[in-house]
Design a protein around this ligand. Structure first.
Ligand code: ARG
Length: 485
């Protein structure tokens, strides 16, 4: 994410029904400008759409509308440059922008016609999140690509696959990488699905019950790109739901929590693989750190932080669910608390996804170490059972016979491939001379060519399929507010 310019925040007072300004304590407690200023772009865009609509129904004259839009544009440039003065007493991004606009352009006093901050904030968050989903999508695609490339760089690398963190069966390293590509693909599916519900225009809901004025909701929705596949405007259908619905925030944070869990599991694999005990990979210096005390250390901090940061993403989801669960209809100020949780989630998943991709691009697989570990003949004990099945033994009996063989090997201090044919046959007469062939690792991998299995052809085909599907992530569609759909 582009680092925002630091913003100036100051204190002033308000008017209307209230005789005086809030105490500084109250202002400091209730303000959201310190974080919701991030919605300024969307707030200006929403106001531009709203003004355009007000002009179309005759509430604003052409000149008033032009002045308002020019004023909004000028304020936008100042915010971008970091010279705009945010005021804490004006609470939030919506009031700050409108108050300053009205000071400069008197006709802006008409801008809030048929609008409430309740539908305004719902709109701004939807607009903001819509862009963020597109940006996150791109990061996830990059990570998928890094995983595919990592697997493809080491097409021959074989590692033990683990269950219960005990060596189980050999798999190609690429097969392991592609497992994460599948997980991420499901995350993308969930992001896309959520986008359907984010991309609905709530403006026109008013504070709770719409408006008596003859506004044109379709025009606003179309202006802001809230359109379905056939180009028809997508509008919220109930004004009460329109202002109080934060499901789309919860859904996004839920999808992000699962993405963060996937990243955390990947991080854990990386951390294990980078230990001396495993030794399967080396991460280059740029993505590791040393110890201030122990000169030999090279720590996988990026992976550890990825694992650690998943905690706050999961926590953000919990905070939101608890925040919403007791709220009576409709808008309640509690809802202001959604933003920091949402912003933190977006920032955290975007940066961890990006950093993990960068780290994997800088990761080297030690194929010799992997092969030595994967060459443990015990990993092919299941293949021995399958051998007996092909000779007619029921699998349960075959499993039992091979279990006895493993116990015998352990007792006699031999590895499975060191056991002689007569010894095999004492345990199960169906074993023939060809049983030794079972322990050839390359041949063993070739016995696994089903769809979804880690055979060399199956994995190569999956790598090709993903390369084709992922294409060039740089040209992936995506863009700025209102234009990306
Ligand atoms: N800053 C507020 C929020 O984020 C905006 C809506 C305020 N609405 C109100 N009725 N006070 O929720």
């Amino acid at each position: 994410m582009k680092k925002p310019k630091s913003q100036k925040i100051k204190v002033v007072s308000r008017s209307g029904r209230f005789s005086g300004g809030p105490s500084s304590d109250v202002a400091a407690f209730s303000e959201s400008i310190s974080f919701d200023w991030r919605l300024w772009r969307q707030d200006i865009l929403g106001s531009t759409a709203h003004a355009t609509m007000l002009e179309s129904i005759g509430i604003l004259s052409r000149k008033e509308c032009d002045d308002i839009i020019a004023g909004l544009r000028a304020i936008g440039s100042e915010i971008e440059a970091g010279s705009f003065q945010w005021k804490i007493e004006l609470e939030d991004v919506h009031m700050n922008i409108e108050a300053e606009l009205t000071r400069r352009v008197p006709s802006a006093a008409k801008l809030h016609t048929a609008r409430s901050r309740n539908d305004q904030v719902a709109l701004d968050v939807r607009l903001w999140l819509r862009d963020e989903v597109v940006a996150l999508r791109r990061e996830v695609r990059f990570l998928q690509r890094s995983l595919v490339q990592l697997g493809a760089r080491y097409p021959q690398a074989i590692i033990p696959g683990y269950t219960h963190l005990q060596r189980a069966q050999p798999v190609f390293f690429a097969h392991h990488c592609l497992a994460y590509v599948e997980m991420l693909e499901r995350d993308l599916g969930r992001l896309d699905d959520g986008l359907e519900r984010i991309n609905v225009c709530p403006l026109g809901s008013g504070a709770i019950a719409g408006t008596t004025l003859p506004i044109n909701r379709e025009l606003v929705a179309a202006f802001l790109g809230f359109l379905d596949d056939r180009g028809r405007p997508k509008l919220t259908r109930n004004s009460m739901d329109g202002v109080s619905d934060r499901d789309f925030v919860v859904e996004f944070c839920s999808t992000s929590a699962l993405l963060a869990v996937h990243l955390s599991r990947l991080a854990e694999d990386v951390i294990l693989w980078a230990t001396v005990e495993f030794g399967f990979i080396q991460i280059t210096d740029a993505y590791t750190t040393g110890s201030s005390l122990m000169p030999q250390k090279k720590n996988p901090d990026i992976a550890e932080l990825t694992r650690g940061k998943s905690g706050r993403v999961i926590g953000n989801l919990m905070s939101l669910l608890v925040l919403l669960k007791g709220l009576p209809m409709t808008y309640n100020r509690d809802m202001q608390e959604d933003k920091e949780r949402l912003f933190d989630t977006v920032d955290t998943v975007r940066s961890t996804t990006r950093l993990m991709a960068g780290m994997l691009n800088e990761t080297h697989v030690r194929e010799d170490v992997c092969r030595r570990a994967a060459g443990d003949p015990q990993l092919l004990a299941t293949d021995l059972a399958d051998y007996l099945v092909l000779r007619g033994l029921p699998f349960r009996a075959a499993h039992h016979a091979v279990g006895a063989l493993v116990a015998y090997a352990e007792k006699s201090g031999k590895t499975l491939d060191q056991i002689s044919l007569p010894e095999f046959q004492v345990i199960e007469p169906l074993f023939g001379a060809d049983v030794r062939g079972i322990f050839d690792l390359d041949k063993a991998m070739k016995r696994r060519e089903l769809i979804g299995a880690p055979g060399p052809k199956a994995v190569a085909a999956e790598l090709r399929r993903w390369n084709r599907l992922l294409g060039d992530p740089v040209t992936e569609s995506g863009g700025s507010t209102g234009k990306h759909l």
